[in-house]
Design a protein around this ligand. Structure first.
Ligand SMILES: Cc1cc2nc3c(=O)[nH]c(=O)nc-3n(C[C@H](O)[C@H](O)[C@H](O)COP(=O)(O)OP(=O)(O)OC[C@H]3O[C@@H](n4cnc5c(N)ncnc54)[C@H](O)[C@@H]3O)c2cc1C
Length: 395
């Protein structure tokens, strides 16, 4: 029987199950967490130097983790969008932001447009092996002279008989060195404005595709980042992905899913950092007591927890709307903006709470900060998110 006393007692340790997740999602979360802790996390440091090996894709393909929300006919698990969120959150246990990003490029950046706009042949050729982990994908939007301003890209694809000839360059391309194929954003009609863009699926071994440079970065060291050149790359018209002239709209659609998954990853990264720091604050002593017992530090945790919880609810609620057929671009932008910002704030505060240890590599906190810092830039900067939100009110 429940007594008044039971009801009134705060239950801080309860399992706060969110309504979007079922018991199956919880089991999936446990399996991915166990896999990440056992098979990935032990290599996290080593992969900061070498980048993670391609075999991770194959193994995750075998385990079914690359196609959780993808159709069964292409080897996916046919699950809902929430299962993709579970992967984005649980992969944090690999302790490697670079690895999580490389995987997300495959599952949530390059695969969705192939599955949404591709022909049956393209899906069989690229989507099915990507879900199996035997082929690796990358996505090329950004160029040396155009990032936020996607419409300003210069890579051109010119029709020549049954072929197209592509010239241009792409930069900061994640998986660019290891990928088998690139989802490439090009301009096919210089006079057609937003209706002049076309996507292509360009095999990376096509003559004229040059992997120019492995770029060095602040964080996300376990991922490879490429500068790519396309010099007279001749591809058949069958490599067009989606509709000729509609590439801009296709890629804007793709970015929404990428941003929401990125937001989920930011929340998970912040939570992981928080948990690790909480443990530290309960053990580390100064002036005769655990540092977590100082009110100043306690309040830091309270602030961080409130921000993380707010961001998480934004992500889950927006995911619920997405899964239920809405296209909530404003809320996705808000979730991406807020989650990326608070994740960096939390990681920064966690370094502070660790003191000198936070600055040392061995605790891994500085790496979390460096990795999470990307999230305010990649997939659309804070400023671009603010612009999308502001414009959604007719401003
Ligand atoms: C590690 C890493 C991995 C990446 N992976 C990929 C990938 O796989 N594929 C891919 O295509 N891209 C990738 N990117 C590129 C990323 O999406 C871009 O860096 C990002 O969109 C910003 O573009 P930019 O770097 O050209 O910055 P710019 O567009 O030059 O922006 C510079 C500054 O100006 C601000 N700014 C620009 N326009 C406005 C405006 N209208 N109003 C106010 N401020 C503005 C920006 O917010 C920013 O602060 C990656 C980037 C990094 C760093």
């Amino acid at each position: 029987m429940t007594t008044a006393e039971d009801v009134l007692k705060p239950d801080h340790g309860s399992h706060r199950k969110h309504f979007i997740f079922t018991d199956e999602h919880d089991q999936l979360r446990e399996s991915i967490t166990a896999y990440a802790q056992k098979e990935l996390a032990p290599h996290a440091e080593e992969w900061e130097e070498t980048t993670f090996p391609d075999s991770v894709f194959r193994r995750m393909g075998e385990l079914g983790f690359l196609g959780l929300d993808k159709p069964v006919e292409y080897g996916g698990q046919g699950g809902d969008y929430y299962s993709a969120l579970v992967l984005a959150e649980a992969i944090v246990h690999a302790r490697s932001g670079g690895l999580a990003m490389g995987l997300a490029v495959q599952t949530d950046m390059a695969l969705p447009p192939i599955l949404a706009f591709g022909t049956e042949d393209q899906k069989q050729e690229w989507a099915a092996p990507a879900i199996a982990g035997t082929k690796i994908l990358c996505l090329g939007i950004t160029e040396p002279d155009a990032g936020s301003d996607v419409a300003g890209i210069k890579t051109r694809a010119v029709r020549d008989g049954d072929d197209y000839v592509i010239n241009g360059s792409k930069t900061y391309i994640t998986n660019g060195h290891r990928a088998d194929v690139i989802v490439l954003v090009t301009k096919t009609d210089l006079d057609a404005g937003y209706d002049g863009f076309t996507l292509f699926l360009v095999p990376m071994d096509t003559p004229g595709v040059i992997r120019e440079k492995r770029l060095q970065k602040l964080g996300m060291h376990a991922s490879d980042t490429a500068l790519l050149a396309f010099q007279d790359v001749r591809v058949p018209a069958s490599t067009v992905l989606g509709q000729v002239g509609k590439g801009f709209y296709h890629i804007m659609w793709e970015l929404q899913g990428e941003r929401l998954i990125g937001a989920a990853g930011s929340v998970a990264g912040a939570q992981h950092c928080f948990d690790q720091t909480l443990k530290y604050a309960m053990e580390r002593k100064a002036f005769g007591r655990e540092i977590g017992k100082f009110q100043v530090i306690r309040h830091k945790f309270a602030e961080m927890a409130t921000k993380i919880e707010t961001a998480r609810q934004m992500v889950y609620m927006t995911a619920w709307r997405f899964e239920n057929g809405e296209y909530p671009v404003r809320e996705i932008s808000m979730a991406k903006l807020y989650a990326s910002r608070i994740a960096v704030e939390v990681a920064d505060e966690c370094i502070q709470i660790h003191g000198g240890a936070g600055y040392m590599k061995e605790y891994g906190i500085e790496r979390v900060w460096r990795d999470l810092r990307l999230n305010r830039i990649g997939a659309g900067t804070d400023e671009v998110m603010l612009d999308v939100i502001g414009k959604s009110y007719g401003l």
